[in-house]
Design a protein around this ligand. Structure first.
Ligand SMILES: [Zn+2]
Length: 124
């Protein structure tokens, strides 16, 4: 029998964005981020930029350490005061409470985000 080569599947070929999770002795363990990534949130960003609170790695390790969900306030706590102020202005414009674990502030689509940022008339 002729073995066919597997058909290219873009869903399977998509870039790996989340860290590996392995089950060891029935305990969920999470692998540390690759060395080129932020070691707190496992996302590539400059050290003085905000951590990504949408990162599964950050959410998981934060919850394990602090027994609560990560917030934007946590994600920007290490930034300069000036940078924190910019984030707070931006998030406030989006209607997101930086102290809430609801890091998306109920935003469920790009359209909703644009509407909150620019108002309902400018997005056509
Ligand atoms: Zn980070």
């Amino acid at each position: 029998m002729n073995k066919r080569r597997p058909i290219f599947n873009p869903k399977r070929a998509r870039a790996k964005t989340q860290p590996d999770i392995v089950v060891v002795e029935k305990q969920l363990q999470i692998m540390p981020p690759a060395p080129h990534l932020c070691q707190v949130c496992a996302v590539a960003h400059e050290p003085d930029e905000a951590h990504n609170p949408q990162s599964f790695y950050y959410q998981y390790t934060f919850a394990m350490q602090y027994k609560r969900s990560v917030t934007w306030a946590d994600a920007i706590a290490h930034c300069s005061e000036q940078k924190q102020e910019l984030w707070i202005q931006f998030l406030t414009k989006l209607g997101i409470d930086i102290h809430s674990p609801d890091i998306m502030g109920g935003i469920e689509s790009k359209e909703e985000m644009n509407r909150r940022l620019y108002g309902s008339n400018s997005m056509g």
